[in-house]
Design a protein. Structure first.
Length: 492
């Protein structure tokens, strides 16, 4: 059974400030603006067009001064068309998680120094669509259920206050029953405290699951497993994440909210006089249409920026996790390691300690390069048996840089990364090798071992099933099947 591998990832050194994280987000967005726009247009563009049609349908009766009677032929026809358009919007929204996954993939690849196109991003994340959709549906459902009592409490309190204050005479006249008012007040008294508790839990879960989307795309987790992995990554960082998201939200609100706010004020000018207009002003209707169009276009940019920011947070958290597992000297060495790929001056590889698992040896073919690690030195070197894994990684990297992608070199590089305990980089190298040569059983076997080390049982089982289908050597297959350490990952 074939399944898409996790996209290539290179961790980045931890961000030292929210400003640098936001700056990197906007730098990536500006540098590859066409890619972000292309990805969002495929799904959100359709939804924007449909919403604009709905907006025109809703303002058309006002412009035409149609009868307020909903049973009139004009309003009835518009309502039918509007309902059909709304149904199409609902259908298109099903694909929003796939769009978000494509944005995540594009971010990971750009950070890794690769240049996938719009179609590449969608193709790569197509096998993850189910996991992304389930993850999104479950998380949004949980948040809604937790916040529902708060909404009911606020609604009950406001409704009771409006009725009692008689600010709207017609409403107060329709609700003269004291029992209704008491019911609304009781709803507010009971639901508001429960809602506040639910809001706290919703916030905690939101922070715990903040990077579940990038986990699905970047590590191949399923929709359920991504929650646990995200909680593991965010542990000990949730207050810092809260501060990051608040500041980022303020910046986004200022940039994208101010234009529509100003236009809204302009649309309200005809109503600012001492007497309200008898018909809906054409100017205000046009301004409402412009606001709808502008909000949709700005929504493209906001969606892309949000997922870039979210994905950079994921990479930051993963780097912190991996570096925390290293002794101090090794941690300092890894932070000072040469940059492998970057979109900003602050991107490099990171490491993590891996459990000891028997591995297949990389090929022993000699590789001539300019230095054992990325360097400007012109002295030729060859991989020798006494080279350290770190030196071999430098050899493989420089050859890949000079000759282009090669599945065997990437497989060998993954083995060296695995040997030094860098599971994230090993997953990256093996995944790229599998993208180039999906029929190689050795690469699939190595991917399985990485997933086992990362305790990703679901992904390990998928790779085991695929390996058994690809492996032509029956002896090798029997050795794997008889190995007790692989028994938990055999097909059921």
């Amino acid at each position: 059974m074939s399944t898409a591998s996790a996209p290539s990832i290179l961790s980045i050194p931890p961000f030292t400030s929210v400003a640098s994280l936001i700056k990197t987000t906007f730098r990536l967005f500006g540098k590859y603006f066409g890619q972000w726009l292309g990805i969002t247009l495929r799904v959100a563009g359709l939804m924007l067009m449909l919403n604009l049609i709905n907006g025109v349908l809703s303002t058309l009766p006002l412009i035409l001064n149609a009868e307020p009677n909903t049973a009139s032929p004009v309003n009835l026809g518009l309502n039918v068309v509007s309902g059909c358009v709304g149904l199409l919007v609902l259908i298109a929204s099903i694909f929003v998680p796939w769009m978000n996954g494509a944005l995540i993939y594009q971010t990971l690849e750009r950070v890794g120094g690769r240049t996938p196109g719009v179609s590449d991003s969608y193709r790569a994340t197509q096998p993850r669509f189910g996991g992304l959709w389930i993850n999104t549906f479950l998380s949004q459902s949980v948040y809604t259920l937790l916040l529902l009592p708060l909404f009911l409490g606020i609604y009950g309190g406001l409704a009771a206050a409006v009725i009692n204050s008689k600010l709207i005479p017609s409403l107060s006249a329709n609700f003269t029953n004291t029992g209704m008012t008491n019911f609304l007040l009781g709803t507010a008294v009971i639901c508001t405290p429960l809602g506040l508790i639910g809001a706290i839990f919703s916030l905690i879960l939101n922070l715990s699951w903040a990077v579940s989307g990038p986990v699905i795309v970047g590590e191949g987790a399923d929709g359920f497993g991504a929650f646990a992995r995200s909680a593991q990554l965010t542990k000990g960082m949730r207050f810092k994440l809260l501060g990051r998201f608040i500041l980022f939200g303020l910046v986004i609100s200022l940039i994208f909210g101010l234009p529509t706010f100003v236009l809204g004020l302009l649309a309200a000018i005809p109503f600012a006089g001492s007497s309200a207009p008898t018909t809906f002003p054409i100017f205000s209707a046009i301004m409402i249409g412009i606001i709808s169009l502008l909000s949709g276009v700005l929504g493209f940019f906001q969606t892309a920026l949000t997922w870039i920011f979210n994905t950079l947070n994921y990479l930051d958290l993963r780097t912190r996790e991996e570096l925390a597992a290293l002794p101090e000297p090794e941690r300092a060495q890894r932070l000072a390691a040469p940059i492998i790929a970057h979109t900003t001056p602050a991107i490099a590889a990171s490491t993590v300690i891996a459990p000891t698992i028997a591995s297949r040896p990389p090929s022993a073919s000699p590789v001539i390069i300019t230095s054992p690690t990325p360097s400007s030195s012109s002295e030729p070197l060859v991989i020798m048996p006494n080279m350290t894994p770190a030196q071999k990684i430098g050899v493989y990297f420089n050859r890949l840089r000079n000759e282009g992608p090669n599945s065997q070199l990437l497989n060998d590089m993954g083995a060296s990364y695995f040997e030094v305990g860098d599971l994230g980089a090993a997953l990256d190298a093996y995944s790229r090798a599998r993208d180039l040569n999906p029929q190689d059983p050795d690469i699939v076997f190595n991917l399985m071992r990485v997933h086992i080390s990362r305790k990703d049982t679901s992904a390990a089982r998928i790779m085991m099933r695929e390996y058994l289908n690809l492996e032509p050597n029956e002896d090798d297959k029997r050795r794997v099947l008889s190995n007790p350490s692989y028994k938990p990952f055999l097909p059921q």
